[in-house]
Design a protein around this ligand. Structure first.
Ligand code: ZN
Length: 462
């Protein structure tokens, strides 16, 4: 009894020291030094959905008849972020009063206080507007919205926020559709060629909805025949060549939103069975054969044109988006640079294993800290345990100017925190942590996407 009491007292005595050790790494000097240095790195954001200058100012949806805006700028920044994915936020109210929306939104915000999709946007308000979003009164929120509305119509605001405040030198944009026909660009953006549309090219009728670019129209315009599957692949080859000429720095496939990432190697004769037939005359297995064949051909073309192949993995259609599904394609195309997006979230260990095994695989942490900061930090630490640090990148994955700011600050913090924890645990020297942070934020992108090198003016230490 006496003995165990003494033990308890001893534990009590040492508890403060223990909890100080287990405290927040962000309170350490190591973190402060790393943070200051890494914040100064002009970052390269490898994936964003930011629209061009004129699109941004038209972004808030309007009532088609009355032209009444269907959001305030503040409600739009939240609505157009990942906050609203599978999570409610009240729509803009019919009475058009900001107060009505704000009051209705409070319950949803309360249910989201711990979510990374919520917390990643808080730096917008603290850094750009000097307010604490979590304690705003309705009057203060209204005033904040008025200040945001003013910035929204200022043509210099995007560059001010993204280049000057977030210190991003270049952003790689997925405009979803035709990279060679994006009408306007910011000087700090470059494009990728989104290739998801082409895997359904077995018949021209697949493109009649007008949702995506039509390779048959492209072929007509360029006087290319499309009589056979070989012809069709030659058209894709030309599309990619033209996209590269127009400035595309890579290929992008978000196909995990539409189907499984399991792509069989299909002999040409089998894929040919679908070519030239509308989907009504095809079985699902024949369509999959065709899609699988084209995906493999796209991987071959990516290597041919020296364009990294960005592939959305994880999330999306959950069954089928596990990056493990891609192992056969990766193994079969050793000359193709595969950039696995979102680190395969939540299969971050699996994607780490794939990168460990295949040197032509790069992991892009884009979106990961916004989905789960904790898992993001864990992933950075595990990946650095597993494979070389020159194969990890980051991206903001946002569509609004302010959202980009929040996601960038949040990602920088997550990367810095992971590195600082390794230094504090004596698993990494501080100078190496700094160098690795620079690689992830900037230098790896320049190495993986050679075309970006012509576009940068700053240096890492600037
Ligand atoms: Zn995206």
């Amino acid at each position: 009894m006496h003995h165990s009491l003494r033990l308890s007292l001893a534990i009590l005595f040492f508890l403060p020291a223990l909890s100080a050790n287990a405290g927040d790494v962000k309170d350490t000097e190591v973190y402060a030094r790393l943070k200051a240095s890494l914040d100064a790195v002009p970052a390269i954001d490898t994936h964003s959905h930011l629209r061009g200058p004129s699109d941004i100012q038209r972004a808030i949806p309007r009532d088609p008849n009355s032209q009444r805006p269907l959001h305030s700028v503040l409600s739009w920044v939240w609505t157009r972020s990942y906050y609203t994915w599978a999570h409610p936020l009240p729509p803009w109210p019919k009475d058009d009063y900001f107060e009505t929306w704000w009051t209705a939104a409070q319950k949803d915000f309360d249910n989201s206080r711990a979510r990374s999709a919520y917390r990643s946007l808080l730096p917008i308000f603290s850094d750009l507007y000097g307010v604490d979003f979590e304690t705003l009164t309705v009057e203060q929120a209204k005033e904040l919205n008025a200040r945001m509305e003013k910035n929204y119509v200022d043509p210099d605001w995007p560059e001010e926020v993204i280049v000057k405040r977030a210190n991003v030198e270049l952003m790689v944009i997925d405009s979803f559709i035709r990279p060679m026909q994006v009408r306007d660009h910011f000087p700090f953006t470059v494009s990728v060629c989104n290739v998801k549309w082409y895997i359904n090219g077995f018949h021209p009728s697949e493109f009649k909805s007008g949702k995506g670019p039509d390779p048959y129209e492209f072929a007509k315009h360029h006087n290319l025949p499309v009589e056979s599957l070989d012809d069709y692949v030659a058209v894709l080859d030309r599309i990619i060549a033209e996209a590269k000429k127009a400035g595309a720095v890579g290929l992008k496939s978000p196909i995990a939103y539409d189907r499984t990432l399991q792509f069989d190697w299909v002999p040409k004769e089998r894929a040919e069975q679908a070519f030239g037939k509308p989907s009504s005359q095809l079985t699902p297995a024949q369509i999959k054969d065709f899609q699988d064949y084209i995906f493999w051909q796209t991987a071959v073309l990516a290597a041919k044109h020296d364009l990294p192949f960005q592939i959305h993995t994880g999330h999306a259609l959950i069954p089928g988006s596990n990056p493990m599904n891609l192992v056969n394609v990766i193994q079969g195309n050793p000359r193709t640079k595969f950039v696995l997006f979102h680190g395969g979230f939540p299969w971050v260990g699996e994607s780490g294993m794939i990168a460990l095994k295949y040197p032509n695989v790069y992991l892009d942490s884009v979106w990961m800290p916004t989905l789960s900061y904790t898992m993001g930090k864990r992933a950075f630490k595990e990946w650095l345990d597993m494979f070389s640090s020159n194969r990890i990148m980051w991206g903001s994955d946002m569509a609004t100017v302010e959202g980009t700011y929040g996601a960038t600050v949040y990602a920088r913090q997550c990367i810095t925190e992971a590195l600082a924890e390794k230094v504090v645990a004596k698993e990494l020297r501080e100078e190496d942590a700094l160098r690795i942070g620079r690689q992830i934020l900037r230098e790896n992108a320049l190495e993986v996407y050679p075309a970006l090198r012509d576009r940068v003016k700053k240096s890492t230490d600037q």
